[in-house]
Ligand binder design. Structure first.
Ligand code: T3D
Length: 262
């Protein structure tokens, strides 16, 4: 069977492309495992200095493949707690805990868990024609893949509840206005712009960027005192990196730095 996630490493960027376009890249078990393998590689392989996540075809990701949940096929109701525990939650944790930038290029519709996986990424660009749908309410489920967390945190309760309770599509432009994503790009320019961004991040001071990601994520739950302590510790670590020495040297020599990620 064809690869459900294609994985290409070039110039420090690991590009992971969800690849079940005929099903709008909805998740079956194979795609879950393939995405997880890609994200694990991003954790383990020093040659990976940024990740670009996108989808093949006209959609980004339509969430769970509902063909695999057909009640008409009989048998007991599926244990969706187990599927979250075994599949969606590990993926979310791998994205958030990766101390390297994750760029997401939302090339088309992002529904259900597909929308919420996008919102978990570090810098999200969306095609102008893309839309985000908390589709769960249409089928009797609750938002998952971190959606209740990111929507409530980023938007506050009024907008989070309206999106989740109505499952109304949110156009890319409004998602950007509301701060759910970084920016909207014209459809035909999306992949090139996202790839250029990922490449420039991959050429950056990876250790410092990873610590920066950790700091900003921790800020949501830390007190100011805890956060000041964490900034001190992370800056101590960054200050010992080869990239910091290179960055300062390059500044003083009036040239561009050549970071190695260490
Ligand atoms: O189960 C668990 O493990 C719990 C975890 C749940 C996480 C979740 O994500 S639950 C939410 C599941 N997703 C949805 O409910 C979204 C379902 N899809 C849609 O509502 C629509 O497809 C879209 C709004 C995303 C896009 O609409 P449109 O009109 O652009 O495309 P379409 O014609 O509906 O879809 C194109 C094809 O993809 C179509 O197949 P066909 O008829 O051409 O053979 C459609 O059936 C298929 N497709 C789209 N989404 C899914 C899907 N097939 C299976 N599962 C899907 N989620």
């Amino acid at each position: 069977s064809p690869e459900t996630v294609t994985s290409v490493l070039a110039d420090g960027v690991l590009t992971l492309t969800l690849n079940r376009p005929e099903k709008l890249n909805s998740f079956n078990e194979a795609m879950h495992l393939a995405l997880r393998d890609g994200l694990r590689r991003a954790h383990d392989d020093d040659a990976v200095r940024a990740v670009l996540l996108t989808g093949a075809g006209r959609g980004f990701c339509a969430g769970q493949d509902l063909g695999d949940r057909d009640p008409r096929k009989g048998g007991p109701a599926p244990d969706l707690g187990q599927t979250l525990e075994n599949f969606y939650n590990p993926t979310l944790r791998l994205i958030r805990s990766l101390e390297k930038p994750v760029v997401c290029a939302v090339n088309g519709v992002a529904a259900g868990a597909g929308a919420n996986i996008a919102f978990a990424c570090d810098i999200v660009l969306a095609a102008r024609s893309a839309r985000f749908i908390q589709a769960f309410a249409r089928i009797g489920l609750v938002p998952d893949a971190g959606g209740t967390w990111s929507l409530a945190r980023i938007l506050g309760e009024p907008r989070a509840k309206a999106l989740a309770l109505t499952a109304e599509p949110l156009p890319a432009e409004r998602a950007a206005e509301w701060g759910l994503i970084w920016k909207v790009v014209e459809d035909d320019a999306l992949i090139a712009e996202a790839a250029a961004l990922a490449a420039s991040l991959a050429a950056g001071p990876t250790l410092g960027l990873g610590l920066t990601k950790r700091l900003i994520q921790q800020a949501a739950t830390n007190t100011l005192d805890e956060q000041l302590d964490l900034e001190r510790d992370c800056q101590q670590q960054a200050g010992r990196s080869a990239d910091y020495a290179e960055g300062v040297t390059a500044f003083l020599e009036k040239r561009k730095p050549e970071f190695t990620g260490k």
